[in-house]
Write a protein that binds this ligand. Structure first.
Ligand SMILES: Nc1ncnc2c1ncn2[C@@H]1O[C@H](COP(=O)(O)OP(=O)(O)OP(=O)(O)O)[C@@H](O)[C@H]1O
Length: 687
């Protein structure tokens, strides 16, 4: 049987090479691909409505009797057929384009069961895009739950249904079961055969539910098992056993503040890992401004006090520079030597730096991607930290770790996501959550303002903050003006502000196309209060810390996702002053209104990322990450969170008992995993 499933789809009755070529473009090559080409949604045609109940714009099924049929040609090549029908509650018109056969097949007095899109205006009811479900004098059978497939390349829903029907009709197809038996029994999953048949031709709503449950379960299980298998769970290799150095107390004393309870808790968890012989793999999650950096710094200091080197990789040069400065201020006086390694270090300096890192003279290296280049060698690295890991790939993180012998590893992120999703994004890491902001932080007052009121925001709010001695960020979606997009650009905004609003103030411009040294210069000037208003693109999004900045204005706020708006907003409210965020939007869409409302209502990153997921769906939310794993066809990481949790629990057990899934009961599902993951370019997958 299995061979039939792997057979080229072109040999299925009614397909042939021409249609097969079209199917190929939908990613369908084999019979199996066709059977696994799942509907995007289902239309419930099983409920029959009376004409009187029909609502404008809805899609519905009616059972009616034909009273009249007329065909005419409004223009060359087009035939319009109008079928008048009635039921015991009213009258309706059915409209068909280019379906001449209707006039020859039907007569007045025939019964018809028809599904279509309703247009209603008072008592006038019309159904368009009609599909005839049954025709007979008295259609007793009801319409079904109909699959709707994701289509293109001239293939219709009917085509796909027909082809799949042919597969089942013309040959003995039985899909061999690959789900481990213990899971089928424990969760009462239906067989794969039943699931496939019922997802394409649901017997009824209940059967569809059973089929979907099985397929969602399976899809998530394959994804999670694959990720565990390929990313590797926590290894059993022995790590370095650090001691909790007394000198850490001295570091704490040098800080201008006391750690929050949440920071202390995270540090204790990190310490416990570092002092054990297990290699640490820990994710530190904390909302913007919660103080993750200092936690990283203390862990690195402790590593150095134990005689090892540490490294921290940041996603941008600005951020690496900032960490370098804040770490140096506290740690250098204690004799710790810190280096900053980025792409813009001159060749000569770099050589010296690399030598000092390799010889062990340098204790802590902070840098960007430059850190993972081959020529960076450490003498004895004990702890590697990546900041904002979602910008790096799994392999990049791995590359940094591989520069030592089982160093402890820590990842920091400001995107608070549910545990279940973190497991998919980050693999099997332990998680510490910093769920408390430093004392004295006030809620960032957020206002969404229509584009036409921008003037007022500039002339009142901006002026007020600057007069108080505070600083302002203005974020624009583009660097330069665009002819095609009506979006605010950073360069244009600076000019406008300079000439029309604030000729007396000091303005700065920051964007990704500038040279690193220029960026540094501007950032330093802003930090040193030499710039009042910094107009920027999203290069300031992650981590930038200037506590005197209290007003953030985001132009074309509708262009950004919620999580990104939250990150941007997090650049203010980082000190003791009351801070504000103004979201200027130019869209009238409902989604935009909803997004703005959420931002106004809450400052809680966790709630925001949940909403973001809900609005955008996990595909977009995970961005590039989704390119790297098999596409989900039926499961939705957000909607099916409960199933995901169950699946993760089971996957973890399976992997711990059989890490490579080699036992007889797991071999079949392993084949499925290999097949799904094999289509993925490893580079993309890992990055
Ligand atoms: N316990 C504390 N008490 C007072 N201020 C603190 C405390 N911890 C950190 N800070 C200060 O809070 C600000 C934000 O800290 P930090 O930059 O570490 O945040 P973060 O969690 O990395 O935020 P982001 O994700 O936005 O980069 C810094 O100015 C830092 O000095």
């Amino acid at each position: 049987m299995i061979n039939l499933i792997k057979e080229n789809v072109q040999y299925v009755k009614g397909i042939g090479p021409k249609r097969a070529a079209k199917l190929n473009r939908l990613g369908i090559y084999t019979v199996k691909d066709l059977l696994y080409y799942f509907p995007r949604q289902f239309e419930d045609r099983s409920t029959i409505k009376k004409i009187i109940q029909l609502e404008d714009e809805e899609k519905a099924t009616i059972k009616a009797v034909i009273t009249n049929i007329e065909s005419y040609s409004p223009k060359k090549g087009m035939v319009l057929t109008r079928v008048d029908v009635k039921d015991d509650t009213g009258f309706a018109k059915l409209v068909f384009f280019n379906r001449e056969y209707i006039k020859n097949t039907f007569r007045a007095g025939d019964g018809i069961l028809v599904f279509g899109k309703v247009k209603r205006s008072g008592n006038f009811v019309e159904l368009t895009s009609c599909e005839i479900e049954y025709r007979s004098k008295d259609p007793k059978t009801t319409g079904k739950v109909m699959p709707v497939y994701p289509l293109s390349y001239g293939i219709t829903n009917r085509d796909i249904s027909g082809m799949i029907r042919n597969v089942f009709d013309s040959r003995e197809i039985a899909i061999p079961e690959y789900m481990p038996k213990h899971l089928i029994e424990k969760y009462r999953l239906c067989s794969i055969d039943y699931a496939i048949k019922n997802i394409h031709f649901p017997k009824d709503k209940a059967a569809l539910k059973v089929a979907l449950y099985r397929l969602i379960f399976e899809e998530l299980l394959i994804l999670q098992l694959g990720l565990f298998m390929f990313k590797g769970g926590k290894g059993d290799e022995k790590g370095i056993v650090f001691e909790n150095s007394e000198k850490v107390e001295e570091v704490l004393k040098r800080l201008p503040f006391k750690l929050t309870a949440a920071q202390t808790r995270a540090l204790n968890e990190i310490n416990a890992d570092m002092c054990s012989d297990i290699v640490m793999s820990r994710l530190v999650q904390g909302d913007v401004g919660s103080g993750k950096t200092v936690v990283a710094m203390i862990a690195l200091a402790n590593c150095v006090f134990n005689g090892y080197q540490g490294a921290m990789m940041a996603p941008t040069e600005i951020l690496a520079q900032q960490h370098f400065e804040s770490f140096s201020e506290i740690l250098e006086p204690m004799g710790i030597k810190i280096a900053l390694l980025t792409g813009s270090v001159s060749k000569k300096n770099k050589e010296k730096m690399l030598y000092e890192i390799a010889s062990g003279e340098t204790d802590i290296v902070i840098g960007t991607h430059a850190l993972i280049e081959d020529n960076v060698e450490f003498s004895n690295i004990g702890l590697v930290i990546t900041d904002e890991q979602h910008r790096f790939g799994v392999r990049q993180r791995g590359r940094l770790s591989s520069k030592g012998k089982n160093p402890d590893m820590m990842v920091m992120t400001a995107t608070p996501i549910p545990r279940t999703l973190a497991l998919i994004l980050y693999g099997d890491l332990d998680i510490s959550v910093i769920d408390e902001l430093p004392p004295g932080r006030q809620k960032i007052e957020t206002m969404a303002v229509e584009k036409k009121k921008r003037d007022k925001v500039y002339s009142t709010l901006v002026r007020k903050e600057v007069d108080k001695g505070r600083q302002v960020y203005i974020v624009c979606p583009l660097v330069e003006e665009s002819e095609t997009l009506d979006l605010k650009s950073a360069t244009e905004t600076v000019e406008e502000l300079k000439h029309e609003y604030f000729p007396d103030l000091r303005l700065g411009l920051l964007h990704g196309k500038m040279r690193p040294s220029e960026k540094d210069e501007i950032m330093n000037a802003f930090k040193n209060k030499e710039i009042d208003i910094l107009v920027s693109t999203t290069v300031i999004e992650v981590g930038v810390n200037v506590p005197n900045a209290t007003l953030m204005i985001i132009e074309n706020a509708e262009r950004f996702g919620l999580a990104q708006l939250h990150q941007l907003r997090g650049r203010v409210g980082r000190g003791k002053h009351k801070s504000y965020c103004v979201l200027i939007y130019g869209s009238k869409s409902d989604v935009c209104a909803k997004r703005m409302e959420i931002m106004e209502d809450t400052n809680d990153g966790f709630k925001i990322s949940e909403k973001d997921l809900e609005i955008r769906g996990p595909g977009e939310f995970f961005g590039t990450m989704q390119h790297g794993v098999p596409q989900l066809k039926v499961a939705n990481l957000f909607k099916h969170m409960k199933i995901l949790k169950t699946v993760q629990h089971e996957a973890r057990i399976m992997i711990s008992e059989d890490p490579k899934l080699e036992k007889a009961e797991n071999r079949m599902i392993k084949n499925e995993i290999m097949e799904k993951f094999s289509n993925i370019n490893e580079d993309i997958y890992l990055n």
